[in-house]
Design a protein around this ligand. Structure first.
Ligand SMILES: C[S@@+](CC[C@H](N)C(=O)[O-])C[C@H]1O[C@@H](n2cnc3c(N)ncnc32)[C@H](O)[C@@H]1O
Length: 201
């Protein structure tokens, strides 16, 4: 079963929310993003699959110079409006995360709930060490494979879920664990949190 969804699908979803005066995702940053990244000194960062930018906006409010990448122009337009309201300056890039590359090294790569086929995620993971400055951080948060059987929400295709055996070539993985979060309606969602750093070239 494939759950590949293209930019047209996502654009329609974001536009429907905007027409209803709402957003698809919470306006608040993800709790794991806040917990993991609050103590990092601000630098330059990339949010891949940024959606409406809740995490990139929060990082920008903490002093990060953020580039938010998503293939949904509608999602990024919502993020851009939110940035203007808050007086924040971010770069909003409509691009396919599977082929886009930063123009210069960055201090942070964030992937939050970017669910793609495992081979595609492996391909991105293999590139990230070449994107980071020495000492830079990769943070991945997404629905865990176990969420399928016993957690709330998330993709139903097991090949689109994160798990403990994922590899991040060239990076030192400092955290790779299953974590819990209150999902829709108070049900528990099972997420995977992976944090890795580039320690030397
Ligand atoms: C579940 S949402 C998460 C949004 C955001 N990271 C957050 O946590 O609020 C997944 C996002 O990934 C984007 N996306 C999916 N596949 C993509 C691709 N190949 N290139 C760029 N963006 C993609 C979608 O448009 C969507 O905004």
């Amino acid at each position: 079963m494939s759950e590949d969804k293209d930019a047209t699908h996502w654009d329609a979803r974001y536009r429907a929310a905007q027409d209803a005066g709402s957003t698809v995702w919470s306006r608040e940053p993800n709790r794991f993003v806040v917990a993991e990244l609050s103590d990092l000194p601000p630098g330059t960062g990339v949010d891949l699959g940024a959606g409406e930018g809740r995490n990139a906006l929060w990082l920008a409010s903490q002093g990060w110079r953020m580039t938010a990448v998503d293939f949904s122009a509608a999602a990024l337009a919502a993020g851009s409006r939110a940035a203007a309201e808050r007086g924040l300056d971010l770069d909003w890039v409509v691009a396919d995360a599977t082929t886009w590359e930063p123009g210069e090294p960055v201090d942070l790569v964030l992937m939050a709930y970017l669910h793609l086929p495992s081979a595609v995620v492996a391909d991105i993971a293999a590139k990230v060490s070449g994107w980071l400055r020495d000492g830079g951080t990769l943070l991945v948060v997404g629905h865990d494979a176990d969420n399928l059987g016993s957690g709330a929400g998330g993709p139903r295709d097991p090949d689109h879920l994160y798990h403990g055996a994922m590899r991040f070539p060239g990076l030192t993985v400092v955290r790779n664990e299953r974590v819990e979060r209150a999902g829709a309606g108070g049900a528990t969602a099972l997420d995977r949190l992976i944090r890795a750093t580039l320690t030397s070239r």
